[in-house]
Design a protein around this ligand. Structure first.
Ligand code: M6R
Length: 364
């Protein structure tokens, strides 16, 4: 049932191009984006003036990707909050608030409690889940199913990409109804989004540099992931994946915050994993990499093919195909999933079933 792969995690990582394609299938009809399941009229959608994304763990990171897109494209304020926090505070909810609950399993206790609380207080709640008929699907006003199929490894990989793709569609839909993006722009973005499936395939073909990077840091006791903008979200997910399955302590920080504390951690050989895709502030990330290198860090950089310059400052460069910043979380997360797995294997960890963790967290 592992389909010839040594573990479920690797099998599921390799399923990601298919998940992207299946999650997108049928969403562009006559040049317009369609999400019928949302069950809100275009008029109701136009009125939405605030979005909360509530989730836990990796699903929360998918929410952070959504924030950048919803605010960037639809120009609607979007907050992303751990369901365990949201449920216990008096969040600002009005009838024009859309709450988006993201949960692979559809049964995470805190996410469910947050959904119930939001509905009682009058919000429209939209679920994004991977499990048909799950409690999240039943309790939300509408649901998009990610087409990841059953995910067995505890570490969420293919579900994460399915969530990002679904949330990207939602952001495009909101931009469409708000009239913030023209139809031809939406069409182009949709096509670029679809092409991330091939880009992920390309990343999966050659993992030799990821293996080299793993060799460099698996004996460390701690690692720092840095990035800016979308790169910061990618860093957060990379750090979670690493600590979850390899037990190597990892922390993610916005690269621009380094001088406000974390740079003190850096000494000879300290691993800094830097997300350096070509976002709008790529140059700033490069400076942060140089600052880390100057203090002795072992820099593993995630960069775009063709970026030769970065080799001067990084000990290892993991290259990915060039990608628009708005879609970089889809592609750049994949090598970090693989890096976490390689490090876990070097440390003889069970990558599918890490200690202390359950696939579904159905208790608070
Ligand atoms: O099923 P959910 O998406 O609600 O689960 C949320 C988290 O428990 C989950 O993403 C967890 O963080 C993963 N094990 C991370 O890989």
């Amino acid at each position: 049932e592992k389909g010839g792969y040594p573990d479920f995690m690797l099998k599921e990582i390799h399923e990601q191009p298919r998940v992207i394609r299946d999650t997108l299938a049928g969403r562009l009809v006559d040049g317009r984006l369609v999400i019928d399941e949302l069950d809100l009229s275009p008029e109701e959608l136009t009125l939405i003036d605030r979005v909360y994304v509530i989730a836990c763990g990796t699903s929360l990171h998918a929410g952070l990707v959504a924030k950048q897109l919803i605010e960037g494209w639809a120009r609607i304020p979007c907050e992303v909050e751990a369901a365990s926090e949201f449920r216990y505070r008096n969040a600002l909810i009005t009838p024009t608030t859309l709450v988006v609950a993201v949960s692979q399993s559809g049964e995470t206790a805190d996410t469910l409690a947050a959904i119930r609380d939001a509905r009682v207080r009058g919000a429209r709640v939209f679920g994004i889940t991977n499990v048909v008929g799950s409690p999240v699907a039943r309790e939300a006003d509408g649901v998009i199913y990610t087409k990841a199929n059953k995910e067995i490894a505890v570490a969420s990989t293919k579900s994460f990409l399915g969530q990002i793709v679904s949330l990207t569609l939602l952001a495009l839909l909101l931009a469409q109804v708000k009239g913030n993006l023209r139809q031809n722009q939406i069409h182009l973005l949709y096509k670029q989004l679809a092409s991330t499936a091939e880009q992920v395939e390309c990343i999966l073909q050659d993992t030799s540099r990821i293996q080299q990077a793993a060799q460099r840091c698996y004996q460390a006791s701690s690692a720092l992931f840095i990035g800016r903008g979308m790169g910061c979200v990618i860093a957060r997910e990379g750090a979670l994946k690493l600590k979850e399955i390899s037990y190597l302590h990892a922390e993610a920080y916005p690269a621009g915050e380094m001088k406000h504390g974390p740079i003190a951690l850096i000494e000879d050989g300290f691993p800094v994993i830097a997300v350096a895709t070509h976002g709008p502030i790529y140059d700033k990330v490069m400076s942060n990499i140089q600052e880390s290198k100057a203090r002795g860090a072992c820099v593993i950089a995630l960069a775009e093919q063709g970026d030769e310059e970065i080799q001067k400052y990084a000990d290892e460069v993991i290259y990915i195909p060039p990608v628009q910043d708005c879609f970089s979380a889809i592609t750049a997360s994949v090598p970090l999933q693989l890096l976490a797995r390689e490090i876990a294997l070097l440390k003889h960890c069970d990558v599918d079933q890490p200690r202390n963790l359950a696939k579904s967290v159905t208790v608070e």
